[in-house]
Design a protein around this ligand. Structure first.
Ligand SMILES: C[S@@+](CC[C@H](N)C(=O)[O-])C[C@H]1O[C@@H](n2cnc3c(N)ncnc32)[C@H](O)[C@@H]1O
Length: 236
């Protein structure tokens, strides 16, 4: 090979090495499993999985783990870190009455129940799909929380009209185009100091996003895939 050819080959190799090092992605941080299933994966603030404090909690968490590893995506479940947040918020406001729109197979519902078994509260959850609802019934039983749950079948736009009691936590996670209707119908029932949690609102209609952000009686922040809205107490 002539000297000129050797220079050209060397230059080519150098070029490839430089381009590869500039475009390489850094590896993900070790030991982090955020359990992301759908929507944006925000990464999580917690590197550790939840730690059970007793046997009952251990059993529920193991059912949630199985569900997360099984049909999480097909069932459109919230990511694990969002589930942890639902539980934490529910327990911290000592919620007694949680209403969920969008049960699916019961994954987020079981996170609520983790809180409700300590607050002495209950979950009323709505779904239109009998197949997913029957999986939810099985999962609530497996987790041992079925006594805390009432599953209402049918179009939630209709079935929620039967709700009468004050709501501590309202979780909206069903048909996106229905978010505004759910909010309009149920906001009057949410107690002052109660929370409206809505999931993946980036694909919800603009009027819903405006309704939770432009009402001075509400205070809204985004946390992972969960948008948290406080119904302010009077005089705040
Ligand atoms: C995103 S999934 C709910 C996921 C669940 N919250 C979880 O994280 O485990 C949405 C659910 O809403 C239900 N849904 C859609 N439209 C509905 C309606 N009009 N009334 C009741 N449920 C509805 C679907 O059948 C589906 O199971």
């Amino acid at each position: 090979m002539s000297k000129k050819m050797m220079y050209l080959v060397l230059l080519g190799v150098l070029f490839v090495v430089v381009v590869e090092s500039l475009t390489a992605q850094p590896p993900p941080p070790p030991g982090r499993d955020f359990g992301g299933r759908r929507g944006r994966d925000f990464g999580a603030s917690t590197a550790q999985p939840p730690l059970p404090a007793n046997e009952e909690e251990k059993k529920i968490l193991s059912v949630l783990d199985e569900m997360n590893q099984g049909q999480g995506r097909a069932m459109m479940n919230v990511p694990r870190e969002d589930g942890r947040l639902l539980r934490l918020l529910t327990e911290s406001i000592n919620a007694k009455n949680v209403v969920e729109i969008g049960t699916s197979n019961g994954y987020s519902g079981i996170w609520f129940c983790l809180a409700l078994r300590t607050t002495g509260g209950k979950l009323t959850t709505h779904d239109i799909d009998e197949g997913r609802a029957s999986l939810a019934r099985e999962n609530f039983k497996r987790a041992g929380v079925d006594k805390l749950v009432t599953l209402v079948m049918g179009d939630a736009h209709e079935t929620i009209k039967n709700l009468k009691e004050p709501i501590d936590v309202l979780f909206i996670d069903a048909d996106k185009e229905g978010y505004t209707d759910y909010l309009t119908k149920l906001l009057p029932l949410v107690r002052p100091g109660g929370l409206i949690l809505s999931h993946n609102i980036e694909s919800a209609p603009r009027d819903f996003v405006d309704a939770i952000n432009k009402n001075p009686d509400l205070e809204t922040v985004q946390a992972q895939g969960v948008t948290v809205t406080l119904k302010k107490r009077q005089g705040q």
